[in-house]
Design a protein around this ligand. Structure first.
Ligand code: SF4
Ligand code: SF4
Length: 98
């Protein structure tokens, strides 16, 4: 098991999913994550994910957070603590299990 600075056992809880139906795109999780695991995307009227930086804002129905670099997560759990809609799923997976 991984451990803290002074050797205490510490079990990472990795981000494994964000429920797109519950996410309100508030960006709180993004702000607290130091690992660039997530990115904000737009959902258009056909339910497709679109980038927010290419002037398609008029087609965007809703913004949601998605996982961009899942493997960079260190399982700190900060994103779960700030999410107001509890739409994230975390699990104590290991590299061997993934
Ligand atoms: S658990 Fe920590 S490292 Fe992983 S996505 Fe959440 S805030 Fe980022
Ligand atoms: S904190 Fe929760 S509701 Fe807000 S963007 Fe992140 S996953 Fe979505």
């Amino acid at each position: 098991m991984p451990h803290s600075k002074d050797g205490r056992d510490w079990q990472p809880e990795f981000l494994i999913a964000i429920n797109p139906d519950k996410c309100i795109g508030c960006g709180r999780c993004f702000k607290v994550c130091g690992r660039d695991v997530m990115t904000l995307k737009g959902l258009n009227d056909e339910g497709e994910l679109v980038a927010l930086d290419d002037d398609e804002d008029d087609e965007i129905e809703k913004k949601i957070m998605v996982m961009d670099d899942e493997g960079a997560c260190i399982g700190c759990g900060a994103c779960a603590r700030v999410c107001p809609t509890n739409c994230q799923t975390h699990a104590a997976i290991t590299a061997e299990m993934a």
